[in-house]
Design a protein around this ligand. Sequence first.
Ligand code: FAD
Length: 369
Amino acid sequence: MYDYLIVGSGLYGSIFAREATNRGYKVLVLDKRNHIGGNVFTEQIEGIHCHKYGAHIFHTNNSKVWNYLQQFASFNRFTNSPIANYKGELYSLPFNMYTFNQMWGTITPEQALQKIEEQRKEITGTPKNLEEQAISLVGRDIYEKLIKGYTEKQWGRECRELPSFIIKRLPVRLTFDNNYFDALYQGIPIGGYTKMIENILDGIEVKLEEDYLLRKDYWNSQAKKIIYTGPIDAFYDYRYGALEYRSVTFETEILNCPNYQGNAAVNYTDRETPWTRIIEHKWFEFGKDNLGNELSKTIISKEYSSEWKLGDEPYYPVNDEKNSLLYQKYKTLADEEGTIIFGGRLGEYKYYDMDATVASVLNKCDEEL
Ligand code: FAD
């Protein structure tokens, strides 16, 4: 008999398993996939650690989380500085003095601010939709070249048909600073995320390609308690209907050249290019393999925003009113379970960055163990 059966070997499940084991409990981890790590899984191809479920850049201001992870990985100095490609024109992101120089040739913060203020005036009343909201915050040029096409591809709808509340703020930096995340700590685990998860799960029993829901009663009889990090609606057999997600699809290619785009992430902000961005995985590790050798090939992933349907990989929860109400119904059922704990991004139907996932599971461990 196990003390804890943990469904899911993502960050949440793995850390729970580590902490329970350290505190003397007997645990078993199940995952329906053929690998550990959940969505942070990286696979080594041609010496490059590929982020199989989308680019994952660790960043946090939480020292407790950062120090905790240092036991399992050293992080490199990768800093996310994406580039926007609008019909062949390149712009620095997030919006900062480099971007304004590229857009208008402005040199000083005062000149850039004047340009933005001038263009914001176009919207006089309360913004009625996302387009008006964006222009009222940063002006038409930035909206047209850097926001419009990208947002329309992401949502599959015209900005004029999207509600204004989607964009609350658009940070504008009047400094020369391309560091996307304003975080105290940032980086990529050296050797890949999978190596970090292997270290977290070191010595712990893991069973892969095992779907807990297919043999729920059997597995429930094997442990005193269950930690479930799969989709909460699937646990209840979609009794009230399926929670919706936004999905992304990836098209990955190995290229016979050492450098395709010179940066880890390039966003395509025009409407015509069908993909939203291209990730070149080797630049998360400065183009080198584990031994520090330069690599002659490269791997790129084109990302496409796509509609989600049941059976697709669930990525981003849709936190609108309809889905929030539906989640509350499932949560009411979950709260009544005595021996099953729901956690992680799917179990709680919540978008969690990695650091928030770690913080959440560490709290749960303190509460539970
Ligand atoms: P998951 O990683 O999804 O793990 C859940 C596991 O449960 C999976 O392995 C699944 O196979 C397993 N499972 C589900 N159902 C069953 C079942 N019935 N039986 C057995 N196993 C089951 N965060 C950042 O901080 N920085 C980023 O740059 C970043 N980029 C992201 C990009 C994308 C496209 C997405 C979607 C997320 C990104 N995140 C990022 C967030 C990050 O992925 C999550 O914080 C983290 O993966 C959550 O871990 P988890 O353990 O909750 O879930």
